[in-house]
Design a protein around this ligand. Sequence first.
Ligand code: ADP
Length: 243
Amino acid sequence: AAPADAALTADRVTKRFAGLVALDAVDLSVRPGEIVGLIGPNGSGKTTLINALSGVVPATSGTVRIDGRDIAGLPSHRVARLGIGRSFQNIRLFKDLTVLENVIVAVTGSGRGRAGGAVAERAMAALAELGVDGLAGRRAGQLAYGEQRRVEIARALAMRPRYLLLDEPAAGMNPAESEALMRLLDDLRRRTGLGLLLVEHDLKLVMRLCDRVVVLNKGQVIAAGVPDQVQADPAVVEAYIGR
Ligand code: ADP
């Protein structure tokens, strides 16, 4: 079981790119079983925050902790082993490998996706969680777009993360596909206690699904709280509409 203080936390995380402050003293936490929405206009720092939380891009200052453990200086594959999974905005499947091989490669970190029974079983279980185990033998490049998105999430899940960071997982999906994916993620976190951080541009969907919402604008948190609170916040309305 997760300890009482289990959480993925950002504490005053700042990221500078040359002259640009992409993240400015951002605080955020995701606890087990929770869905936190991360929203904000284009260029507000959402992807950069996911990169900082997953060790892909180190923070310039501030601290990222996974269940109390500071990730400073750790490469992203070590951060992954500490329990952070993520998906990317652009699909990153190996198109010539099968769906199952794609997941196995992610778990074993090498090879052409051949592995013993235990790893294959684990990969199949992750595909089943996303409802795409029936596609295991197909080449990833032949799948429909929405199916590829699900395989990507399955691949992250096969690493057995405690926190999963999803960067626009429903991008390019039609409303029915996106709704089905969100229901699946909601069910998954309730059953497994996975903590989810969701970047999603459909505000209605975010407000309906998320326990809490964090709003970024120009690298700063301008609002954070339960959906009703955040939705009614004048600063949020201003950031989205008053530009
Ligand atoms: P969002 O995901 O909210 O659209 P990003 O995190 O992608 O925002 O970008 C935040 C800001 O940081 C933008 O101004 C973007 O141009 C800048 N940025 C992101 N990555 C880099 C990088 N590798 N080098 C320079 N600037 C970057």
